[in-house]
Design a protein around this ligand. Structure first.
Ligand code: ZN
Length: 497
């Protein structure tokens, strides 16, 4: 295998230890755990094998993102710098706009190691090749210096052979038929670079206590064209208790939709029955999904053909959410939430707020009222995404309040959800104004301030006024549903501004 690193450099100069320690300290260390008591002995054996497969995905992602990992590591002597390079799969900081943090490295190639480092956009565009834009080809030069597209199954043949052999063993051991079927289809996919059938099989997998997301999936690592998919793996154990709760809530959605505080014309659609949502503990991240910051929710597959025929699956990673709650939300609350209200900052409330955010994406209104064939998405254009995220946030909170009122949620109290929600705003505005979630949270913050639902004290902390918060929640749900239902682009833009 030819491994190209994108720049040649002089040996790394040792930096002061404190600088790298500081960088590493931006990340919190947590252990990912799960209850395995509902798994059979064979399932546990299967999971052990999945770790080996995931490690191969790690190896493949290193090649795609950087090149020769061992060569890089041999150049870095500082222990903390090595750790930081492992976190980022290379010498560039994913939390800081891909700036190099190892002496001697320049900017990262936008095309990572998917393309030859000396290839220009123009050269690629002028090149006539049927597979050049495929999600599953590496671009290299042949001996004559011409560009060639090489299928992943060939480029990574040795690793793919090993991975699929292991997956076969895991499939044989696993007890759930749906999981076996999916694994066998996934093996075929990895050997042929055609993933459609395996995505379909994954959609049909409803009862397995274990899940394994594996293969080349997202295309963010290719910042040059966004064509190339990066290898990754998640090993997941189903949270049976929460998955059952969600099933129960799903049966209530139609009633909850009818109860929304808007005129009937804004709530006449039937909430999405396609929302396949389950809760998992993630016990391993490998490759692309493990580079830099970690996700707490998954929505896959990406293939539109699967969406059309089967929808998509939403997986909530509860233990990863708990880690973000402990390591990010609680410390933020200790700085920004009024001391006497910090007792309301609770993980269950955080989890409910996040869960129902996801549930409400399938509710509300998708088509402009009285304008057949015009979707809200088309009508609101670039304003759609922040408005839809804002809707999901506030309507999620609203649903929690309704489920409490009708006795479906009994643990804790609504004030927990309110105060934890406000702390969540401070967590999410950190994503910045270029993110739809960042915008949505800033809108929410300003709205709550205007309505007196939250107030700032002289010491810089914020506190929640329960009654005004309740009213602001209702009026905000109304405001957003009406903007969406009317397809009112101008008002949407004004709100965002
Ligand atoms: Zn969302």
């Amino acid at each position: 295998m030819v491994l190209l690193s994108s720049c040649k450099q002089k040996p790394a100069v040792e930096e002061t230890e404190s600088r790298y320690a500081e960088l590493v300290n931006k990340f919190a260390e947590v252990s990912l755990e799960a209850d395995l008591t509902h798994l059979s002995a064979n399932d546990i054996e299967a999971v052990k094998i999945l770790f080996e497969v995931a490690d191969i995905m790690n190896e493949l992602f290193w090649i795609q993102a950087y090149g020769d990992k061992e060569e890089l590591m041999s150049k870095i002597t500082d222990e903390q710098a090595r750790r930081y390079a492992m976190i980022h799969y290379g010498p560039w900081d994913r939390l800081n706009n891909m700036e190099p943090f190892v002496e001697g490295f320049g900017a990262k190639n936008a095309g990572a190691n998917f393309y030859p480092s000396d290839m220009t956009k123009e050269e690629f565009e002028a090149w006539d090749s049927p597979n050049k834009s495929s999600l599953y080809t590496m671009i290299r030069r042949n001996d004559e210096g011409q560009l060639v597209a090489i299928w992943y199954k060939d480029f990574f043949a040795a690793q793919i052979t090993k991975a699929t052999e292991l997956m076969k063993k895991a499939a044989e051991l696993a007890t759930d038929e749906g999981f076996k079927h999916y694994m066998n289809k996934r093996i075929e996919a990895m050997l042929t670079d055609d993933y459609l059938e395996s995505d379909m099989a994954w959609m049909d997998m409803k009862t397995s206590p274990i899940d394994f997301i594996v293969g080349p999936i997202e295309n963010y690592e290719d910042r040059l064209f966004g064509y190339k998919a990066a290898y990754e793996a998640f090993i997941l154990i189903k949270d049976i208790e929460w998955s059952q709760k969600l099933e129960r809530y799903a049966t209530l959605l139609a009633d909850l939709q009818r109860g929304l505080p808007v005129e009937p014309k804004y709530k006449s659609e039937i909430p999405g029955a396609d929302s396949d949502m389950n809760v998992y503990q993630v016990i391993y991240y490998a490759g692309d999904c493990n580079a830099g910051s970690k996700t707490i929710a998954i929505n896959l597959p990406n293939d539109e053909r699967v969406h059309t025929s089967k929808g998509s699956r939403k997986l909530q990673l509860k233990n990863a959410m708990q880690a973000k709650f402990d390591k990010i939300l609680v410390p933020i609350s200790e700085l920004l939430i009024a001391e006497e209200q910090r007792q309301y900052i609770k993980f269950d409330a955080f989890f409910e707020n996040v869960m129902f955010h996801e549930v409400t994406h399938g509710m509300g209104i998708k088509n402009v009222v009285g304008k057949k064939g015009t979707t809200v998405r088309n009508a609101l254009k670039e304003a759609y995404s922040p408005i839809e995220e804002a809707k999901a946030d506030i309507m999620g909170l609203y649903l929690v309040s309704k489920l409490r009122e009708n006795g479906e949620i009994t643990e804790g109290e609504l004030m927990d959800n309110f105060v934890t929600f406000v702390a969540g705003i401070f967590r999410s505005v950190r994503f910045g104004a270029s993110s739809s979630h960042g915008k949505a949270n800033m809108m929410r913050f300003n709205y709550f301030m205007e309505k007196g639902a939250i107030e700032r004290r002289e010491d810089g902390t914020y506190f929640v006024n329960y009654d005004k918060m309740y009213d602001a929640m209702i009026s905000s749900v109304q405001q957003i549903l009406i903007i969406q239902g009317d397809g009112n682009y101008d008002t949407a833009v004004k709100l965002i501004e």
